[in-house]
Design a protein around this ligand. Structure first.
Ligand code: HPA
Ligand code: ZN
Length: 337
C-alpha cells in the first residue's frame, strides 16, 4: 500500500474546521445566483485566483466576504452537507466544527438560521454516513466582549445544540485577556472552552489561553514552541493542539514545510492533531493536510497514527464513541499491508 493510500484510508477525526471556510467557489456562485446576489468576481476561476494570502487578515477579508451570500437555512444545509460528504470519502469518522454566528447576525441573518441548517446536515450525516459530530460556537475576537455576551444570550436557548465555545478571527491585538469574563461565564454554563492562540499571535497568547481562559483545547498553538518551558507544560498537561498545516503555509505562518512545528511537537509528546481549518480557501481537506506533513517531514506510519489518535483523545466525543473510534484506528493499523 502506498503512503497516499494509507493516509486516504486512515480513520480520521477533524477538530478544527470553520464551516464557512469550507465554502467552495462553485457552491458560492450557485448560492449567490439562487439568492440574487452578484459576486465581485467574473468566474469561479477569478475568485479562486484571489486566494493569494499574505497573512491572517488578508484571508479573513475574503472569508467574511464569501459568507455574505449565505442567507437561508437551505444555504447552510448545502454548505455543511458538501463538507460532510467530502469527509465521508476521506475516511473521516467524527468532526467538530465551528460556526461564527456573529458573521451572520451582523448582516441581519437570524441567529437560528445557520444553526438549524448546519445542525440538520450534521444529523443527516450521522444517520446516513456514520459521521459523528460536535458543534462549537466561535466568538469573533475583533468584536467586543460585550458583543460576545450578547451572542451568548442569543445562543443559550439552543445550548443543547452545541458543546462549547471558541475564539477566532484577528488574533494580533485581541489577546485572550479581552475575553476573560465571557469565558468565565461560558465555563459556569458548562460549555467546553477553546481558543485560537499562537497561530499568528505570540506564545504569550497560548499561555494566557491556558491560564486566563482555562481552555480545554488550543486551536493552532504553533508558537508555543518558541517558549520551551511553555511547550513542556503543554505536553505535560496533555492539552490537545489542533494544528492546521496547509493553513499555516497559505497564511505564511510557516514558510517551509520541512520546518513545520508538528514534528517537534510530536517529539516532545504534545497531543497535536491534524486539521484543515478553512479547506476551500487553503486548498486541502483532511487527507491533503496529512499528505502535506508526511511529504514535508517524512513522518512514519506510527507518527501518522499518533496524530489520528491525538485527535480522537482530544475530541469531545462520548467515552463510548471515543472507544469505538480508537478501536477502528487500532484495527486499521494492525491490518494495513
Ligand atoms: N484563524 C483565525 N480565525 C479564523 C480562521 C483562522 O485560521 N479561520 C476562520 N476564522
Ligand atoms: Zn481556525
Amino acid at each position: 500500500m502506498t503512503i497516499d493510500t494509507y493516509i486516504a484510508d486512515l480513520p480520521k477525526v477533524e477538530l478544527h474546521l470553520h464551516i464557512e471556510g469550507s465554502f467552495e467557489p462553485a457552491l458560492m456562485f450557485a448560492i449567490a445566483e439562487r439568492n440574487g446576489i452578484s459576486l465581485p468576481y467574473e468566474s469561479v476561476y477569478a475568485l479562486q485566483s484571489a486566494y493569494n494570502f499574505s497573512d491572517l487578515q488578508s484571508f479573513l477579508d475574503l472569508y467574511y466576504q464569501g459568507m455574505n451570500v449565505l442567507q437561508t437555512e437551505q444555504d447552510y444545509y448545502d454548505l455543511t452537507w458538501a463538507y460532510l460528504s467530502k469527509m465521508a470519502a476521506q475516511s473521516v469518522q467524527h468532526v467538530e466544527i465551528f460556526w461564527d454566528p456573529q458573521g451572520h447576525t451582523e448582516r441581519g441573518v437570524a441567529f437560528e438560521i445557520p444553526l438549524r441548517g448546519i445542525k440538520a446536515a450534521l444529523n443527516t450525516a450521522q444517520a446516513e454516513l456514520g459521521i459523528s459530530h460536535q458543534l462549537i460556537m466561535s466568538f469573533l475576537r475583533h468584536m467586543s466582549e460585550e458583543e460576545g455576551f450578547a451572542t451568548l444570550e442569543q445562543a443559550l436557548p439552543h445550548r443543547d445544540a452545541f458543546i462549547g465555545v471558541g475564539l477566532d478571527s484577528s488574533e494580533r491585538g485581541n489577546p485572550p485577556e479581552k475575553f476573560r469574563r465571557l469565558f468565565d461565564r461560558c465555563r459556569a454554563e458548562g460549555f467546553k472552552l477553546m481558543a485560537h492562540a499562537g497561530e499568528e499571535g505570540p506564545a504569550d497568547y497560548v499561555r494566557d489561553a491556558i491560564d486566563v481562559l482555562k481552555v480545554d483545547r488550543i486551536d493552532h498553538g504553533n508558537r508555543c514552541m518558541e517558549d520551551p518551558d511553555l511547550a513542556r507544560r503543554v505536553a505535560d498537561l496533555g492539552l490537545c493542539l489542533t494544528v492546521c498545516p496547509q493553513s499555516n503555509m497559505r497564511l505564511k505562518n510557516c514558510l517551509d514545510i520541512t520546518q513545520h512545528p508538528i514534528k517537534p511537537m510530536l517529539d516532545l509528546g504534545i497531543a497535536a492533531c491534524i486539521n484543515s481549518d478553512d479547506p476551500a480557501y487553503f486548498g486541502g481537506y483532511m487527507s491533503e493536510n496529512y499528505q502535506l506533513v508526511q511529504d514535508g517531514l517524512g513522518l512514519s506510519r506510527a507518527e501518522l497514527g499518533q496524530l489520528a489518535r491525538n485527535g480522537i483523545n482530544g475530541s469531545f466525543a462520548s467515552a463510548e464513541r471515543k472507544a469505538e473510534l480508537l478501536a477502528n484506528l487500532d484495527a486499521y493499523e494492525a491490518g494495513a499491508a
